[in-house]
Design a protein around this ligand. Structure first.
Ligand code: BTN
Length: 319
């Protein structure tokens, strides 16, 4: 109901809307209108009220909550539906298990996950201080193309942060690194609904101001730790505007811009890594990234091998 009040306040924009009109349009009592106005003010809505005139929306704060996020996302078209849960098991799982009822292009945002998941069934620690979100969209692509979606998301995160003055690197295939530590992870999954439509769920977890347990301190970093303070809503808006742009190019067959960023901001480029191919361990130097997003590694015998997925370990730091 609060969303409907926000819609009405936005419709009127520069004019007062009376409590009576709101009550009538939304079929509620004046007392309820008053109660919702109070809640919206607590959420960060600056709503002026005047006797005989009613209510007018003056401004909306940027603190992250269900109401502000709904308001700020009204101004764009890519994310069609937005849900906010301060605490959830996993935003990816929420979309997965509710996919029949939830419209395409829904974004689920949370600030705490009790069962955050990473790739390869690993746990993704998702405690206070982080921002955890998943976006579900209809899939019309083949498997090879879908794997590039993670790369598009990584570029969108990188650019969204860059627009806030934070220069990160992209660690193939799904991590964002800052100061040689993991800042953000991306998990893309595919599901099918009862009508047989494929859906892609892109889940992203980023450390904003997390305090890490001892065992993660060496490998994980938060923005705050690196001296950056960002607003979560601004970051999300930037990210989805970037993602929409890159995705539209991608469906038209244009990956160039994304590939340029992936290559320029590659964390692994020129580094020596080891990886498993089947059960055999290989060592080599990262020398490039193919058009399809595969990582090109030169082995010691000069042969080149393209990796399309998998875990890689860095052997030596580039200097
Ligand atoms: C990884 O580092 O392996 C990927 C981590 C992906 C974490 C995000 S947080 C939001 C979404 N919900 C999950 O349970 N996982 C993803």
């Amino acid at each position: 109901m609060k969303r409907k009040i926000i819609d009405l306040l936005c419709q009127k924009e520069d004019y007062f809307i009376s409590g009576e009109e709101i009550a009538e349009q939304l079929n509620m009592t004046r007392a309820n209108v008053w109660k919702y106005m109070k809640e919206l003010r607590e959420s960060g809505f600056e709503i002026e009220s005047a006797t005989k005139k009613g209510y007018i929306l003056k401004s909306v704060g940027m603190q992250l909550n269900e109401d502000t996020i709904y308001y700020h996302f009204k101004k764009q078209n890519f994310v069609k539906n937005i849900l906010f849960f301060p605490r959830i098991d996993s935003t990816n799982d929420f979309l997965k298990y509710n996919r029949e009822e939830i419209p395409d292009c829904t974004l689920v945002v949370s600030t705490f996950q009790t069962k955050g998941r990473g790739r390869r069934t690993k746990e993704f620690l998702s405690e206070e201080g982080g921002l955890y979100f998943s976006f579900m969209m209809r899939n019309t692509m083949n498997m090879q193309e879908v794997s590039f979606i993670t790369s598009l998301a990584a570029v969108a995160v990188n650019r969204a942060l860059l627009s806030l003055g934070i220069d990160t690197e992209i660690k193939w295939p799904n991590d964002i690194f800052l100061n040689d530590k993991k800042l953000c992870g991306i998990l893309t999954e595919m599901v099918t609904d009862m009508e047989g439509y494929n859906k892609i769920i892109i889940g992203i977890g980023i450390n904003i101001s997390n305090v890490f347990p001892e065992e993660l301190k060496e490998i994980a970093i938060s923005l705050l730790e690196a001296g950056h303070q960002i607003n979560e809503i601004t970051f999300l808006l930037n990210l989805f505007s970037q993602f929409e742009y890159l995705y539209n190019k991608f469906v038209q067959g244009d990956r160039e811009e994304a590939l340029k960023v992936l290559r320029e901001k590659s964390y692994l480029m020129s580094k020596e890594i080891c990886f498993l191919k089947g059960s055999v361990e290989h060592k080599g130097t990262v020398v490039g990234l193919e058009e399809n997003g595969n990582l090109v590694v030169r082995l010691s015998n000069k042969a080149e091998i393209a990796l399309n997925s998998g875990e890689v370990t860095i052997l030596k730091k580039k200097k």
